[in-house]
Design a protein. Structure first.
Length: 758
């Protein structure tokens, strides 16, 4: 009672909600029940009252079922798959399908698609009526064995029903989709024939051409496996090479099963040709007129017969390129890809002119340039290998072909090209034709492969001639060029220095594998400008006197002296006066820009100075040019002249008798040299008497003579003052006399001063 009430409640809910949910494509439009588990809840296939008379599922338009007709052995299960489609042929989910077995049919419904979580999911009402719904998701229906090949893949929008029968007969099933409004498309009628029979069709076979093959089909009862005799088995050749069935001479034959359930037929080729004959097989239960059973096709299947001829293949390989006289190998492979033997296999190879035979493995029969090998019978799948060692004797393209033949008349050939090449070296060496000795000499070595094959282990050796050396002190340079491909050039630059002038012939040699060699040389002349400076001037000059120097710069070398500059240092003690040829004084030196002096050329300039101090003055001139330098010096003695001035003045003058007067004697060195040992001697007249004396040295008085000790030195422009005081004794116009001598004076200097005494 509770179950019925729950179902009625579900229908009431559906009636209330139907207007709001009709038209939802993915919803189950005909059964609205709350989710439940456990109990099965039969639902109304269509909405109650008004909805029943309308197209309440506008999306569902057609029902399909597969298969609609089939024959199965009794006691087996058969799966029917139903799909509800929309107008575009797309499957619809959540659509109800009813399965009905007609009265009078054999067989029963075993199970139905019950997947889902609704209480209204699939259910079997009885053995002849069941309900299921199309799935929301993809599923795999596994028959419960270990063979995945009989699994059934279900996509969303599909549902299924399983039927079986223990006895022979027909099952008539009506599949019905109540949601489809069109009566002509909401039902599908299915017929299932059950027979107590099983069969085994022959497997595909493979045989050599020209042989016969027997096909055997077995028919027996499914229930106990006993053979069935008298079933008609029709074999028909569908396609392939010409063939018939033995005993019929045609491409088809009908054979009845014997007491063992076997129906045998032998296929025979009418022409020994490779290929495949596909054979269609029909199994028919014959009519039984006594019990009114008509003939019925039990099964149809297909097999095939593949005829395989013997085959022979050959492939030949060789290196794409080799050098002249270099040994290499041809590799020949022979094989039988068939499953049948190839007999009396013979391989031949004719070497082209320019390819020389050396040896082979296995050994060949050699006749001139023709090689051959007898290799016997090749079973199916067997292969053999031949290796031939040869060498190319000249350059060129050589296409070598090998051929294989069999006793069956089979043949094949394959060719392998090899290019025989050679290498050749060319060496080029460049260098400057002429350099200065201070210039680096750069040699450029270019080694090139002028052949059409690679040159390997190429090395260039340059042995430098005497007088040339690398900057790191080597007299030999090696350049490893490695491998030079055809036409390839590699280059090296070598920088050397000349230790002397001269003409240098430098030869380099290139070598490579296979005796390759090449050489090249170039000549460089090393020159040098050689500057010579001469300088002349006075040996002696007195202080304050001008001195003129003459400087000559000469190029005694064999190269121009470029950018020659002459500099004359003016040491302290000389004062610049002037210079010829635009010489300019700056920073204590006079500079002349002499330009380029060609070999053998010279240039003379002059410079005038004034001697400022006494002593020896060394004056150095330096000439510099690109790659040359020279100096010259001149020494001059500068002397001074002591010029002593003697002056004597009396004060006062005149004087009275008995009154003093002082004579002031001044000695001044007006010269440029120091005066030495200066002596002053004073001579008083008789009318005077000595009173006192003073001066830079001590004075001695003897009578009327006053003598001062010698003054050791008196510097230029310096003065020394002496004083002598006297007293007048009697009247007179007298003369006071002073005498001066020094080391530098050849005669004394005298000075007198007159004084009037009254």
């Amino acid at each position: 009672m509770q179950r019925t009430n729950r179902s009625l409640a579900g229908l009431l809910v559906a009636a209330v909600m139907v207007s709001g949910l009709i038209g939802c494509r993915q919803h189950m439009p005909h059964s609205f029940t709350w989710p439940a588990s456990g109990d099965q809840i039969p639902t109304h296939p269509k909405p109650p009252e008004g909805g029943y008379y309308k197209n309440w599922d506008p999306y569902a338009v057609e029902l399909t079922v597969t298969p609609t007709k089939a024959l199965n052995p009794v006691q087996t299960q058969h799966v029917l798959i139903a799909t509800v489609l929309d107008e575009d042929g797309e499957p619809l989910k959540n659509r109800r399908v009813e399965w009905i077995i007609s009265e009078g049919s054999v067989g029963d419904i075993v199970e139905v698609d019950e997947s889902g979580w609704r209480a209204s999911r699939g259910y079997k009402v009885d053995n002849h009526f069941a309900v299921s719904h199309t799935n929301n998701f993809d599923h795999v229906l596994d028959r419960g064995n270990d063979d995945p090949s009989d699994d059934i893949v279900l996509t969303k929008g599909q549902t299924w029903c399983v039927i079986t029968s223990p006895i022979e007969g027909e099952t008539y099933i009506t599949a019905y989709a109540p949601g489809i409004y069109d009566w002509s498309k909401h039902k599908v009628f299915v017929t299932k024939t059950w027979q107590d029979v099983q069969w085994e069709c022959p497997e595909p076979a493979t045989n050599p051409i020209g042989t016969n093959h027997e096909f055997t089909t077995w028919v027996g009862k499914y229930s106990d496996g006993s053979p069935l005799q008298g079933y008609e088995v029709t074999y028909k050749i569908v396609d392939g090479p010409p063939a018939t069935f033995q005993g019929s001479g045609r491409d088809s034959i009908v054979v009845k099963t014997d007491s063992e359930g076997m129906a045998r037929a032998t296929i025979v080729q009418t022409q020994a040709t490779g290929g495949t004959n596909n054979v269609a097989i029909d199994i028919v239960r014959p009519a039984d007129l006594q019990c009114c059973k008509p003939a019925i096709k039990i099964a149809e299947c297909q097999t095939s017969k593949t005829w395989i001829p013997p085959e022979i293949n050959i492939s030949k390989s060789a290196p794409a390129q080799k050098m002249v006289n270099e040994e290499f190998q041809y590799s020949i492979r022979v094989w039988n890809p068939s499953s049948v033997p190839a007999n009396n296999v013979v391989v031949t190879d004719t070497l082209p002119n320019g390819i020389q035979y050396v040896s082979s493995q296995p050994s060949a029969s050699v006749s001139g340039s023709n090689l051959s090998w007898s290799m016997g019978t090749f079973e199916g799948g067997q292969s053999g290998q031949i290796s031939i060692t040869v060498r190319g004797t000249r350059t060129g393209e050589f296409n070598n072909c090998a051929e294989v033949r069999t006793a069956e008349g089979l043949s094949a050939n394959d060719c392998a090209p090899t290019r025989i090449v050679s290498a050749a070296l060319a060496l080029e060496k460049t260098c400057p034709s002429e350099v200065m000795i201070c210039d680096p000499i750069e040699y450029v070595l270019s080694v090139r492969n002028t052949g059409d094959g690679p040159a390997t282990n190429v090395r260039v050796v340059d042995n430098l001639p005497d007088g040339l050396m690398t900057r790191d002190g080597r007299n030999s340079v090696t350049f490893d060029a490695g491998t030079l491909n055809a036409g390839e050039t590699k280059q090296a630059r070598i920088t050397v220095e000349a230790k002397r002038t001269g003409t240098f012939v430098n030869r380099a040699t290139a070598t490579g594998d296979g005796g390759l060699t090449a050489s090249a040389e170039c000549t460089t002349v090393v020159r040098q400008p050689v500057l010579v400076v001469t300088k002349s001037g006075p040996n002696v000059r007195f202080i304050g006197r001008p001195a003129e120097y003459q400087i000559t710069v000469s190029n005694k070398g064999d190269a121009p002296a470029r950018d020659t500059v002459l500099v004359d240092d003016a040491p302290g003690g000389l004062e610049f006066i002037q210079a010829s040829d635009n010489g300019s004084m700056s920073g204590g030196r006079v500079t002349w820009q002499l330009g380029t002096l060609q070999p053998g050329a010279s240039k003379t300039v002059t410079a005038r100075y004034k001697a400022l101090r006494q002593g020896s003055i060394r004056n150095t001139a330096t000439a510099k040019a690109y790659c040359a330098e020279a100096t010259a010096a001149s020494e001059m003695a500068v002397k001074g002249i002591p010029a002593i001035l003697l002056e004597c003045v009396d004060n006062p003058d005149p004087i009275e008798i008995g009154q003093p007067s002082t004579y002031q004697i001044t000695v001044t060195n007006q010269g440029s040299a120091v005066g030495t040992n200066i002596r002053i001697v004073c001579q008083l007249p008789a009318e005077q008497e000595h009173v006192s004396s003073d001066g830079p040295t001590r004075a001695a008085v003897a009578g009327n003579t006053v003598t001062f000790d010698p003054l050791p030195t008196l510097a230029p422009k310096a003065s020394a003052t002496y004083r002598v005081q006297v007293k007048g004794l009697r009247e007179g116009d007298v003369r006071f006399k002073v005498t001066l001598t020094s080391d530098q004076m050849t005669s004394p200097a005298e000075e007198t001063e007159s004084t009037h005494i009254y």
